[in-house]
Design a protein around this ligand. Structure first.
Ligand SMILES: [Zn+2]
Length: 140
């Protein structure tokens, strides 16, 4: 619990939200500034900023909740697709430093774009460079 954290205050019921799920380790609520109707956030109840700061079992329950809610959101909103995303750290656009998974219902012709459109400028690379990078990550 971090008393300066907006989402810790949500967990503590100090800040009201439109809750859609709560269990011992996760909480989910509708985004107050939704990108689509049904846009939800799923958060762990433990205060961590980056996904790899969570213990493996905490990651597991976070994604189990995300999967469970995605199915429900599809049914309730009548959609068949979602963009599921995490802004992992301030440099990626994370506005609240408490891990949160976005579930954004998507439909054909909604005007949204795929996740590859996030980056207007992409690095020029080649298979040799990608092979070397993959090897570094694989063997680290
Ligand atoms: Zn927090």
């Amino acid at each position: 619990m971090n008393l300066n954290c907006t989402f810790c205050k949500v967990i503590d019921n100090t800040i009201p939200v439109h809750k859609i799920h709560e269990d011992d380790t996760t909480l989910s609520f509708l985004d107050i500034n939704p990108l689509a109707l049904g846009h939800a956030l799923v958060i762990p109840k433990v205060h961590k900023t980056l996904i790899h700061e969570l213990a493996p079992e905490e990651i597991s329950t976070l994604f189990k909740t995300t999967s469970y809610l995605t199915k429900k959101i599809h049914i309730i909103t009548g959609t068949h697709a979602t963009t599921i995303a995490i802004n992992n750290g301030a440099d990626s656009g994370q506005e609240v430093p408490h891990i949160h998974i976005h579930i954004i219902p998507r439909s054909r012709g909604d005007g949204g774009t795929p996740i590859h459109s996030l980056m207007p400028v992409r690095p020029k690379t080649n298979h040799e460079e990608l092979k070397e990078l993959a090897s570094k990550i694989l063997n680290s």
